[in-house]
Design a protein around this ligand. Structure first.
Ligand SMILES: [Zn+2]
Length: 114
């Protein structure tokens, strides 16, 4: 499994209950075992905390915020390169290719909401 961005000290939870998950409970799908929604992941990007989801590259949507090497870029366009890869056009960056089965970290908002 490829995880595109992450920290050693991430925290995991879902809005359906108040318990924190261990990584090993959720790392195969990054979805909640109770309600099947994406897990909320609290992590650092450039030393600030953010709430994120981790979703497969082939489920990304235009307009999402992509965590990438300690910065955050809006996804302007998602296109299929070939059967194995997705190409993302990132605002103020340009194009990157991702394995369609890799997990991409999408920023939902500031960690202050946690
Ligand atoms: Zn849940």
């Amino acid at each position: 499994m490829i995880i595109d961005y992450g920290n050693e000290d991430e925290q995991y939870r879902c809005r359906c209950n108040t318990t924190e998950f261990n990584e090993r409970e959720i790392r195969k799908t990054w979805k909640c075992p109770h309600c099947n929604n994406p897990i909320e992941i609290l992590l650092r990007i450039n030393n600030k905390k953010y709430v994120t989801n981790r979703i497969k590259a082939d489920q990304l949507k235009e307009g999402s915020l992509f965590a990438f090497f300690n910065s955050i870029h809006e996804i302007l366009q998602v296109s299929v390169t070939n059967k194995n890869f997705i190409r993302l056009a990132l605002k103020e960056y340009g194009g990157v290719e991702k394995d369609k089965d890799s997990f991409i970290t999408i920023v939902l908002g500031s960690g202050e909401y946690w």
